[in-house]
Design a protein around this ligand. Structure first.
Ligand code: PLP
Length: 449
């Protein structure tokens, strides 16, 4: 490739590239930041700025940047057999090995993998296959999905409909029929004076009320992110998911855990359903499955669902050209090997996670911070105009953006949603990098205040 200067790249980007989740006109004026390199927990931009990535790209670079082994795994597989599909009674070795590895790693009897290219497609897949599961058991009317307001399950038509982001629903006439939403657990915004347990029961009861309102014979599944990421890292009360599971079992509603963010170590266990000790029937995965090095998603089905789908479902009229792509599978296997052999999840749980948690929670001492939430390796700071009141700034989102920009000026990537600053660093962050992260966050808060 010939060298091309930054200004030219920015000009071409503004002219030809529509960025997702951006005001593209504003971005064109401001100029896109061109990133050129990554190593460990740092990325570098074309201006030569070194940035500590406290967001792991987009919740995904769990093993950190620059691991040659993943590139080598991709290169080996590309030269040996770059592609073959999983249609027509075929498959490839990495694809089979990855399905078996996921069956081994995921809890309980989530033993059957269906591969997609992304988390959105994984959630599209469950909408179709879960409805099919009920239909082949002569219950085609059991087809409504219950999701949560402010949930995020991706950007495709079904993914965005299952999610509860109002801004997304406005564009393109969503949600599609057959999907309804309940309020999520968000203690800071709506917990009032309830203690954790009472609030957990209160929030789970919203599901039971909704199932009874619709009629259990019409409800196919409930879907939720164990920790709601995109909306602002809402960490539910400890008893919430067990209550949700009890309700799903009572009414024979399938329980779908969207572990696209939380899978592969983010909450201190391999999967957040282990952290919260509940048993999903279906689990969606992406992001950390390859640490973001290559696109891949998966749906894990338990024995009950898979037995019906494969035993009575006939031909699955569903799939993608790249379902089970051998190169993506080879990269995922290498990523999982590194996570396992380097004991990365265990180190997060026992060592670096508690240290990061201590430093992050100490930021609650800043006058601008109303709450510091943290679990495993993920967290948020809720920025507020006045500390004790649990209220919001009038122009919601502006202060968060300011803080994000100040953090960037100091060489730190944090994401802002509304006025919450979100944390999700590579799982391989060191203690000295945690110190740097905490120091730079405090400085950004000071500059914002
Ligand atoms: N589900 C959750 C919980 C997510 O956070 C995301 C993306 O951030 C998705 C699904 C969609 O995944 P993708 O962007 O790979 O389609």
């Amino acid at each position: 490739m010939t060298e091309i200067d930054t200004a030219t790249l920015q000009r071409l980007d503004a002219a030809h590239h529509l960025h997702p989740f951006n005001d593209n006109a504003a971005l064109a004026k401001r100029g896109t930041r061109i990133l050129t390199r990554g190593e460990g927990c740092y990325v570098w931009d074309a201006e030569g700025n070194q940035l500590l990535d406290a967001f792991a790209g987009l919740w995904c670079v769990n093993i950190g940047y620059g691991r040659r082994e993943l590139g080598e795994a991709a290169s080996r597989q590309m030269t040996q057999l770059a592609y073959y599909n999983s249609f027509f009674q075929c498959t490839t070795e990495p694809t089979v090995r990855l399905s078996a590895k996921l069956a081994e790693l995921t809890p309980h009897d989530l033993n059957h993998a269906f591969f997609t290219n992304s988390g959105s497609e994984a959630n599209d897949t469950i909408l179709r296959l879960v409805r099919h599961f009920w239909a082949v058991q002569d219950q085609p009317e059991k087809n409504i999905f219950i999701g949560r307001h402010d949930g995020y399950h991706g950007s495709t038509v079904a993914g965005a409909s299952l999610g509860g982001m109002k801004g997304m629903h406005k564009q393109g006439g969503l949600p599609i029929p057959g999907i309804v939403h309940i309020d999520p657990p968000y203690w800071f915004g709506d917990g009032g004076d309830m203690d954790e347990e009472a609030y957990g029961r209160h929030c789970a009861k919203r599901l039971e009320d909704k199932i009874l309102e619709l009629g259990p014979e019409r409800v196919a599944a409930f879907i939720g992110e164990p920790v709601m990421g995109a909306i602002g890292v809402y960490i539910p009360p400890r008893n919430y998911w067990q209550e949700i599971e009890r309700i799903c079992r009572k009414y024979d509603v399938l329980l779908v855990a969207d572990e696209v963010i939380t899978g592969f170590g983010r909450t201190g266990e391999w999967f957040a359903s282990q952290t919260f000790d509940f048993r999903p029937d279906v689990m969606t995965l992406a992001k950390g499955i390859t640490s973001g090095y290559i696109p891949l998603g998966a749906v894990m089905f338990n024995d009950r669902v898979a037995d019906v789908l494969s035993g009575r479902g006939g031909e699955l009229a569903h799939g993608y050209t790249y379902s089970g792509h051998p190169v993506c599978a080879a990269v995922a296997l290498e990523n999982i090997r590194i996570l396992q052999e380097e004991h990365i999840v265990e180190t997060c749980r026992n060592n670096i996670g508690p240290y990061l948690g201590e430093k992050w929670k100490a930021l609650a001492g800043h006058p601008l911070v109303g709450e510091a939430r943290f679990l495993g390796m993920v967290g948020a700071l809720e920025l507020v105009p006045s500390k004790p009141s649990r209220t919001y700034f009038p122009d919601r989102g502006r202060v968060g953006q300011l803080c994000r920009d100040f953090a960037l000026q100091n060489g730190l990537i944090l994401r802002a949603t509304n006025d919450a600053m979100l944390l999700s660093p590579p799982l391989v962050i060191s203690r000295s990098q945690v110190d740097e992260l905490a120091e730079k966050t405090w400085k950004a808060l000071d500059m914002t205040a």
